[in-house]
Design a protein around this ligand. Structure first.
Ligand code: SF4
Ligand SMILES: [Zn+2]
Ligand SMILES: [Zn+2]
Length: 337
């Protein structure tokens, strides 16, 4: 490894060469480099309002590499200037002790940093878990029923829906002003390209380091790691010794976005900086144009007829989906009538 770029200051050899810039850095300068890029994103895109005394940030924490690293960097970046708390959504995944171990690791980091830690248990609110949804999927497949006819979309799709809903529910209830998630540049570039393949202009126009900025009842979502590659996060977690769950969830499946991600990583290997350029140029040049094409109809905000939460429909997709799942679970005797 060559010398660190700031050798005069640190007198150290490099431990890493930043893949997209080829800059060689020692451990301390690498950690600082990532933290500074996160701070720059927070400042440039006004992710956090340091002037607002009521600003309160909720980090959605899962025990995984991204959210554990996000909490570590955010805690350092905010330096107590803004209230910061963490929420773990217990969705009930028992294989490989996944939910149990994730919660322990998430709590342990919060205790180490002195960040208030909350758990919301989905079973207590909804009456069923992701394990129950998995069981439903197994019965549907065993019964050789057509998955499509039963509208069964797979565990990850439901898990994402439940988490998004309850994170916002908790944030509204406890007066948080921002919800921070651990999405990184590699995730965002992959999602952007997938939405492009299906020409989903509405989803594309919503992409960005801050979303839902002006929708009453939906707490703005911020992505402080928006311009950090996944490979950089892995290295940060390694060098900063950020504890995270190494186990993969048993229900994880390769979604179409994962295939796009693998292809993008290949492109990045011979055209370095591709993902960064794509996401940056999209934000700067294409997003403002797309945002103008979204019609008024899509923007009308209503209250869900069942749960009262903010939605663009008469009944929110959470209530529609969970009502249907409950009915199906009763048919298969997973839930009592
Ligand atoms: S892999 Fe899928 S089911 Fe498992 S925690 Fe992640 S989103 Fe949920
Ligand atoms: Zn150095
Ligand atoms: Zn609802």
């Amino acid at each position: 490894m060559p010398q660190c770029k700031f050798f005069r200051e640190c007198r150290s050899n490099a431990v890493i060469q930043i893949p997209h810039t080829k800059m060689a850095l020692c451990k301390d300068h690498f950690l600082r480099y990532i933290e500074n890029r996160v701070k720059k994103n927070i400042e440039d895109n006004h992710l956090i309002d340091f002037q607002n005394p009521k600003e309160k940030v909720l980090v959605a924490i899962s025990g995984g590499k991204d959210s554990q690293t996000l909490l570590t960097i955010l805690h350092k970046a905010l330096q107590g200037r803004v209230a910061l708390e963490a929420l773990y959504i217990e969705v009930g995944i028992t294989p490989r002790n996944y939910s149990y171990d994730s919660a322990i690791i998430a709590r342990s980091l919060c205790e180490k940093l002195g960040v208030p830690f909350h758990i919301l248990n989905v079973k207590e609110h909804l009456g069923f878990t992701i394990d129950d949804i998995h069981q439903l999927g197994t019965y549907i497949k065993k019964g050789k029923r057509n998955r499509k006819r039963n509208n069964y979309r797979g565990e990850c799709s439901y898990c994402g829906l439940l988490k998004r809903y309850y994170i916002n529910y908790f944030a509204v209830k406890h007066n948080f002003t921002k919800v921070a998630t651990g999405h990184n540049l590699t995730d965002e570039a992959s999602q952007l390209l997938s939405n492009f393949f299906s020409i989903d202009i509405e989803l594309m126009s919503r992409a960005g380091p801050i979303t839902l900025r002006d929708v009453e009842g939906l707490i703005p979502r911020i992505k402080p790691l928006y311009y950090i590659y996944e490979t950089e996060l892995i290295m940060y977690a390694y060098f900063a010794k950020v504890e995270h769950l190494p186990t993969e969830c048993e229900y994880a499946t390769d979604s179409p976005v994962i295939s796009v991600k693998k292809s993008l990583e290949k492109i990045e290997s011979f055209r370095r900086g591709s993902m960064m350029n794509m996401v940056r140029d999209f934000q700067k040049n294409l997003k403002p144009i797309l945002a103008e094409t979204i019609t008024e109809d899509h923007q009308i905000v209503k209250k869900c007829s069942q749960c009262g939460m903010t939605t663009y429909l008469d009944m929110c997709s959470f209530c529609t989906t969970t009502n249907r799942l409950k009915e199906q679970m009763k048919q298969f005797h997973i839930l009592e009538e």
